[in-house]
Write a protein that binds this ligand. Structure first.
Ligand SMILES: Cc1cc2nc3c(=O)[nH]c(=O)nc-3n(C[C@H](O)[C@H](O)[C@H](O)COP(=O)(O)O)c2cc1C
Length: 222
């Protein structure tokens, strides 16, 4: 029996940290047999001129410019999606919101209903709004019928100071100057979240064959 399924790791990143975290989400997702994992970024909305006067930032952005830009079809064809964002003023980035806001036809068709979703973010400070950003990202995806996958205790809290991850998703604190690197705990949590997303996506896609009641999760309710 074929058991291939598709996981999309979709992110916006202004200065590279969320892009970096996405690699580990994808790595974890790839640990489940049959997973076909793709990393894509949503389109930038800030005009090019903004970056022209910021050579350092421009260079950083070139380091992840090779990651393809997503189209709506990448999202609709995926069996599970991880959404990543930097924390921008205590919430998730408008670039990701703009991408999601194109989904009203998808919402009406119910295409994303029953598909698992996971969330990850990067913030400058430990209390800069990570939880608010993760939960606010979750809200539109709940509207689309997706099933959120979190990071349950005791896995969250990995890291030397019991500081990695959160119940709501994977989190990386890049620091005031943005010069921190991912800790072992950050990487571990990101991989576990990706693997949980992948496992649940496979269960929902193929487990329903032998467990018909499960089809209730991903069918239109009439
Ligand atoms: C417009 C803007 C708003 C930000 N707002 C916050 C914030 O509310 N809280 C916080 O901790 N960091 C904030 N930051 C810092 C970023 O969240 C942080 O640098 C993050 O690691 C960037 O991820 P990225 O490299 O993927 O863009 C902000 C950065 C920008 C550019």
């Amino acid at each position: 029996m074929e058991t291939n399924f598709k996981i999309l790791v979709l992110f916006y990143s202004f200065s590279g940290h969320t892009a970096e975290l996405s690699k580990y989400i994808a790595e974890g997702a790839g640990e489940i047999e049959g997973a076909q994992v793709e990393i894509k970024q949503v389109p930038e909305l800030i005009p090019n001129e903004f970056f022209e006067s910021k050579p350092e930032l421009k260079k950083i952005r070139e380091s992840f410019a090779n990651i393809p830009v997503a189209e709506i079809s990448d999202l609709t064809s995926a069996d599970g999606v991880a959404f990543g964002t930097p924390v921008h003023f205590g919430s998730f980035a408008s670039q990701l919101k703009q991408f999601i806001d194109q989904l009203s036809p998808i919402f009406i068709k119910g295409t994303m209903v029953g598909k698992p979703a996971a969330f990850f973010c990067s913030a400058g400070s430990m209390h800069g709004g990570e939880e608010a950003a993760l939960i606010s990202t979750m809200i539109p995806l709940l509207n689309l019928g997706m099933i959120p996958i979190g990071v349950p205790y005791p896995v969250q809290g990995e890291g030397s100071d019991f500081d990695a991850g959160s119940p709501y998703g994977a989190v990386f604190v890049s620091g005031h100057k943005g010069d921190k690197v991912l800790s072992e705990g950050d990487i571990k949590i990101a991989k576990i979240l990706g693997k949980r997303l992948s496992a649940m996506s496979k269960v929902i896609k193929y487990g329903c064959i032998s467990f018909p009641e499960c089809q209730f999760l991903s069918s239109k309710y009439e």
